[in-house]
Design a protein around this ligand. Structure first.
Ligand SMILES: NC(=O)c1ccc[n+]([C@@H]2O[C@H](COP(=O)([O-])OP(=O)(O)OC[C@H]3O[C@@H](n4cnc5c(N)ncnc54)[C@H](OP(=O)(O)O)[C@@H]3O)[C@@H](O)[C@H]2O)c1
Length: 350
């Protein structure tokens, strides 16, 4: 357990994930919010930009400051990078000297393959980092990374990984997997240009091919299980503000039984407080769903097997277990706090 309060900066604190990091840390017993950056909202109080925070007693007087002023405060222990993808590579020299560790929520430094970085993250490819970013999933990484720079997983990528990891870790399925991912509108960030009128009452395709989380999923499954994966990954836009649901379809290998599958999920997530396998779901409400996870740091997972086919589902809150909650969980483990400190495990329902 850290003996002093951990000094934290939130870089990109006026955005959706930054706001959620602040909300969680306002309730965290071991953290001091030392610096909150925003550019267009510099000078504003946090409550004026994030109305949900304006009544918190610790929020009174907290204001956003431009990133350039990070140099004026005592170096922080942890900086949460909540910047739009493509921005951290450019701003890293402004942050790195003033932060002992950076936890990056953005997509820039997740992929290792240079050709894939160039293809999916061209701004990152032209601004390579001075040090390597370790990729960290609290439930799957063998240990907390020692690196100063840590990247957290993408929201749809990690939802898919939670659904599929036990099947590949136990070598239960063939390589071909089809994944259908559905996400809420906050996944696009505060700067999304999509009109609410187009999203409201609608359900539509986001991307059928070429989503940048597909190579990340392949990379994670390869690194954490050694398995190759023939992944077909499509995404759709839900008419909800928050939440991701993925459905993954695969074929079981010859001789694999439903009991093998059940055991693989139990083994993969035993002792992992924030990934919950739904026990023996039968009715629709027994399966993972948004109303069981939105507002919480929980990822729900379930699996169904019949006639050699397996369907795995996962649901989580993109802004929490898919972003800010995952990052606070990582901070807790890095700093020696209780893994669950400041993290809700109940959802907002109905
Ligand atoms: N939204 C999600 O569900 C989700 C989930 C997982 C990961 N992520 C990743 O997390 C990152 C942040 O996403 P978000 O949804 O929170 O984005 P967002 O709502 O658009 O917020 C972006 C933040 O970055 C600041 N910013 C923008 N350009 C900047 C610049 N050039 N220099 C310094 N600050 C700048 C903005 O401040 P001002 O507007 O005040 O200037 C704002 O505070 C992205 O990389 C995203 O891919 C998002």
């Amino acid at each position: 357990m850290a003996e002093h309060k951990v000094r934290v900066a939130v870089i990109g604190a006026s955005g959706y994930t930054g706001g959620e990091v602040i909300r969680l840390l306002l309730e965290h017993p071991g953290v001091e919010l030392a610096f909150l950056s925003a550019e267009r909202s510099a000078g504003a109080t946090i409550g004026s930009v994030h109305p949900g925070l304006r009544n918190h007693p610790r929020a009174a007087g907290l204001k956003f400051r431009p990133l350039a002023q990070l140099a004026d405060v005592e170096p922080v222990d942890i900086a949460f990078g909540c910047l739009p993808t493509g921005t951290l590579p450019v701003q890293l020299p402004q942050i790195s000297p003033y932060a002992k560790r950076i936890l990056n929520l953005g997509g820039d430094f997740r992929l290792r393959d240079e050709a894939e970085v160039a293809s999916y993250y061209p701004k990152t490819a032209s601004n390579p980092p001075s040090e390597e970013f370790a990729y960290y999933i609290p439930e799957l990484s063998p240990s907390v990374p020692e690196s100063r720079f840590i990247s957290l997983p993408g929201c749809m990528a990690v939802s898919t990984v939670y659904a599929l990891y036990p099947l590949f870790a136990a070598s239960l399925v063939e390589e071909r997997v089809v994944v259908d991912a559905k996400t809420g509108s906050s996944g696009g960030g505060r700067g999304s240009s999509e009109s609410p009128a187009e999203r409201s009452g609608n359900f539509r395709v986001h991307k059928l091919h070429g989503h940048r989380h597909a190579p990340e999923i392949r990379q994670v499954i390869a690194e954490f299980t050694g398995a190759a994966m023939d992944l077909r990954f499509s995404t759709h836009s839900l008419d909800v503000a928050r939440g991701i649901m993925v459905t993954a379809y695969a074929d079981l290998r010859e001789g694999v039984t439903p009991l093998d599958v059940k055991r693989a999920y139990a083994k993969a997530y035993v002792g992992k407080p924030f990934v919950r396998v739904r026990p023996a779901p039968k009715l629709p409400q027994d399966f993972p769903m948004l109303k069981a996870v939105v507002g919480s740091n929980i990822a729900e997972v379930a699996v169904a097997v019949r006639d050699g086919q397996v369907v795995a589902v996962a649901a989580l809150d993109n802004l929490l277990k898919g972003a800010a909650g995952q990052a606070v969980q990582a901070m807790n483990l890095i700093c020696g706090f209780d893994e669950a400190a400041g993290l809700p495990s109940t959802a907002v329902s109905p």
